[in-house]
Ligand binder design. Sequence first.
Ligand code: AHR
Length: 500
Amino acid sequence: ADETITLTLDTDAPAITIAPEIYGQFAEHLGSCIYGGIWVGEDSSIPNTSGYRNDVISAFKELHIPVLRWPGGCFADEYHWVDGIGPKENRPRMVNNNWGGTVEDNSFGTHEFFNLCELIGTEPYLSGNVGSGSVEELAKWVEYITAADGPMAKLRKENGREKPWKLKYLGVGNESWGCGGNFTPEFYADVYRRYQTYCRNFNGNHLYKIASGASDYDYKWTDVLMKNAGNLMDGISLHYYTTPGWTGSKGSATKFTDDDYYWTLGKCLEIEDVIKKHADIMDKYDPKKRVGLLVDEWGTWWDQEPGSIPGHLYQQNTMRDAMVAALSLNVFHKYTDRVKMANIAQIANVLQSMVLTKDDKMVLTPTYYVFKMYVPHQGARMIPVTAQFPEMKVRSERSDTLRTLPMLSATASEKDGVVTVSMTNISLDKAYKIEIPLGDIKAKNITGEILTSDNIAAYNDFDHPNDVKIKPFDTKNVKVKKGVLSLTLPAKSIVTLSLR
Ligand code: AHR
């Protein structure tokens, strides 16, 4: 490493907590995310607890998932919750029109979802049906889940759940500009106002109401929603996928050139500009930042794996995806004054997933390992990091211009006296020397972890489940001299250090 980069950690910055919900997940009735990925049913030969796969559940527990969004996605606006309660043999079947026309037997419904959340210790986030549902249907769903008494509570009790559940996050529709009803922003804002009126707070439960927000660069959507309904919402969503586009091939998840790789990271980092622009609009209507910007769908979207079922969005996950995860999380930390939640798409077997399953086998993806390494940042005090990073230029798909891509990225936080610094070197061939002036940060005891691979396209599959995994970072590589910590950050690596 010949080039030295200095990271300045501003420990005196005003205290702001990294919203733990930035580490949220998303589980849709899509492909084998729910069925096969999480839920196999009590009678399955795959080891399970009350129908939930044991291997997957213990992997999820390690991530300390703060919030889980369900049942969609596009599925949510065709989902009728009453079809998913009561004896399984009586539940009607439906066609999952959005995702491959697969028949859905409704065996995983409200009870199965809330019990899953209890099992893994996560806050449920329901996406309500606005597109093809009714105000009454959504209002009754909230009542069914949270009321202690009354007709909906009675029905819930008959179905085996005496105590109401707690429900905080309620999404009023999903992608209402598209699969969720093709609304105009003006019309949706009015619909939102109406729906949210009838979603009541029962028995001390308090709903955090979320309006269906914009995709990518649709700033008008955010503007109209904030202007016409901002006072009636707690959060507004934003969807941003790292993908080459919505028509034609999106490219292979595992076979890509160096140029594709750098292009991907450029596209991923453009989320910073997108967040800033939506946040600026929100500032106009909500200068006190009461309303959260929730990036409730994000991640990579590649062509489905050859041979997999069309419409099921099953894709592999390489070190390139791990880079996208680390860079995105670093951006979310930086804007956590506005970004109060993010939900990567999706938790199992769909898009940029945490786990892949096949029959009774499961592998953890490189993205899973980034989430694991970043657990200490959840709910920690954010420490702003500044640095002069070397840059390269990459092509931008939206114009002929070139976009600037920093070769490094870093984030830091402090919790319980431990400072956690996460650093990413995206360069395919160059290591960098990093120096961190410590100031009053204690670094008597330093431990670290690294996620890297010689091959940026490396991934884990059922025959090679451990090709990419976290390794201890050799702290012989880390020196502290005259109050400055230094280390070499290898090419293609993500490193987290804990200083105490
Ligand atoms: O995550 C897959 C799909 O992407 C979701 O169903 C939809 O909201 C988005 O378009």
